[in-house]
Design a protein around this ligand. Structure first.
Ligand code: ADP
Ligand code: MG
Length: 248
């Protein structure tokens, strides 16, 4: 829940990102405090994925700064692998290892990156799968699961690493409509448990009901941000109103 004095888990300041001549992020400021859910909304191509990718070090910023858990990711001397383990990421396209069982999907990074013992990694895998309602699927292969189940496994895989913050990039956009609810309900549960989350989504009901802050982005800028009662329900900027008319 929103607590204006809680520590800043993510602090993005004047973030810029260009690909050649294309300026995708022009100057983005955004703060996510511990226990907060921040939803980023905005038209396709506005730079939402690029923003998340800069937070997860999949892209390097062209300017400005990104600080996660007190570590400035733009400092060339940081331990990138250590910084990455603090951040869980869930993508639109699930990105499970297709040739590995659910169990191995959940244990491989725990073993290799966190150096957990096999027994410990298995215990955490079982616990996190239970949490997303898929305890009985531990021996399944990803291809045997529905899209909604695969995405819940992807969430469990990220949680098994005990991240300080979870990033979601349109986690339900690739799902058949009847499977969206089960993924959103796992995300709501995580939010209720106090997980710090930065979520790019087109699910306006989720943003309205779960987010502490909603950030509307367009053309590489934050156009409007604030509580959902303001940004989703009573936006002041014309561009936000236009966008909401199209998606609601
Ligand atoms: P969104 O997630 O809001 O739809 P993106 O961050 O994916 O937006 O993309 C914003 C813009 O950046 C788009 O015009 C896209 O084509 C461009 N872009 C994203 N990644 C790259 C890249 N690696 N190289 C070149 N252009 C890119
Ligand atoms: Mg995107």
């Amino acid at each position: 829940m929103m607590d204006a004095t809680a520590e800043k888990v993510i602090e993005i300041s004047q973030l810029q990102k260009s690909f050649g001549d294309l300026e995708v992020l022009k100057s983005v400021d955004l703060t996510v405090r511990k226990g907060e859910v921040v939803c980023v909304i905005g038209p396709s191509g506005s730079g939402k994925s690029t923003l998340l990718r800069c937070v997860n070090l999949l892209e390097s910023p062209s300017g400005g700064s990104v600080t996660v858990g007190g570590t400035d990711l733009t400092d060339p001397d940081i331990d990138i692998d250590a910084a990455r383990t603090r951040i869980g990421m869930v993508f639109q396209s699930f990105n499970l290892f297709a040739h590995l069982s659910v169990r191995d999907n959940l244990t491989i990074a725990q073993r290799r990156v966190l150096k957990r013992s096999k027994a410990e990694a298995n215990k955490v895998a079982e616990q996190t799968l239970e949490k997303v309602g898929l305890g009985e699927k531990i021996e399944a292969m990803p291809s045997q699961l529905s899209g909604g189940q695969q995405q819940r496994v992807a969430i469990a895989r990220a949680l098994a690493m005990n991240p300080e913050v979870m990033l979601f990039d349109e986690p339900t956009s690739a799902l058949d409509p009847e499977l969206v609810g089960e993924v959103l309900s796992v995300m709501r549960q995580l939010a209720d448990e106090g997980m710090t989350m930065l979520v790019v989504t087109h699910e306006m009901a989720f943003a309205r009901d779960v987010a502490d802050q909603v950030v509307f982005m367009a053309e590489g800028y934050v156009v409007e941000s604030g509580p959902p009662s303001q940004v989703v329900v009573a936006p002041t900027e014309e561009r936000t109103k236009q966008f909401l008319r199209r998606v609601l």
